[in-house]
Design a protein around this ligand. Structure first.
Ligand SMILES: CC(C)(COP(=O)(O)OP(=O)(O)OC[C@H]1O[C@@H](n2cnc3c(N)ncnc32)[C@H](O)[C@@H]1OP(=O)(O)O)[C@@H](O)C(=O)NCCC(=O)NCCS
Length: 173
């Protein structure tokens, strides 16, 4: 059997506990150099908000662990029974581009399939070439770059989540 480098990555998705918000804020701060040129100040603000109090219950977060080392985290929202919105997927810079993103996404997709979720959607900044490249490689398609279309998606359930400058991508799982 042929193994790719990703096949050998043993990752675990572990639901976050209350104090994990500080770790998540550390990750958001670690990607400020990457995001500040396209979203000035946004990640410092989000990190500050995260440290200021827990996220709302409807956002389900998981730490992404390897051998008990915390590499990153993901956050998702169940938009409908069959549609999951991947709101956040972040790794510390030192763990990026090693196949962890692909492996974590596949782990998540396998979990969602067992719950009969059919579509995974996400918003990505239109200037975040690295993230668009990543999602393209994971077979996500652009659904829309138009604010009104995105806000009306899924009976307007995406409206509260719209972030200016982003586009909506999705994948049937
Ligand atoms: C985007 C992200 C989640 C992808 O996870 P990852 O573990 O780095 O991705 P993988 O190793 O599985 O896949 C690597 C591919 O992703 C893309 N990619 C990831 N980081 C990249 C970077 N810094 N520059 C260019 N391409 C990048 C490339 O297509 C790369 O393939 P290549 O190395 O053959 O060129 C991760 O890089 C990350 O946390 N980035 C910062 C936060 C972020 O932008 N999150 C997405 C928010 S929507």
């Amino acid at each position: 059997m042929n193994f790719t480098k990703e096949d050998n990555l043993h990752l675990v998705l572990s639901p976050t506990k209350p104090n994990d918000q500080f770790f998540m804020a550390e990750i958001l701060k670690s990607v400020i150099p990457q995001y500040d040129p396209i979203m000035p100040g946004a990640f410092q603000k989000w990190a500050d908000q995260m440290e200021g109090g827990p996220l709302p219950d409807f956002i389900k977060n998981s730490l992404i662990l390897s051998e008990n080392e915390k590499l990153g985290f993901l956050g998702m929202v169940q938009i409908t029974e069959s549609v999951t919105y991947l709101m956040m997927l972040y790794f510390f810079p030192k763990y990026q581009r090693k196949g962890y993103g692909k492996t974590a996404l596949n782990l998540l997709i396998n979990k969602l399939k067992k719950r009969d979720v059919a579509n995974l959607i996400l918003l990505v900044n239109q200037q975040a070439d690295w993230a668009i490249s990543f999602y393209n490689k994971q077979n996500f398609q652009v659904i829309s770059q138009n604010q009104a279309t995105i806000e009306n998606y899924c009976e307007a359930k995406m409206k509260p989540f719209y972030v200016p400058g982003t586009m909506l991508m999705g994948k049937t799982i």
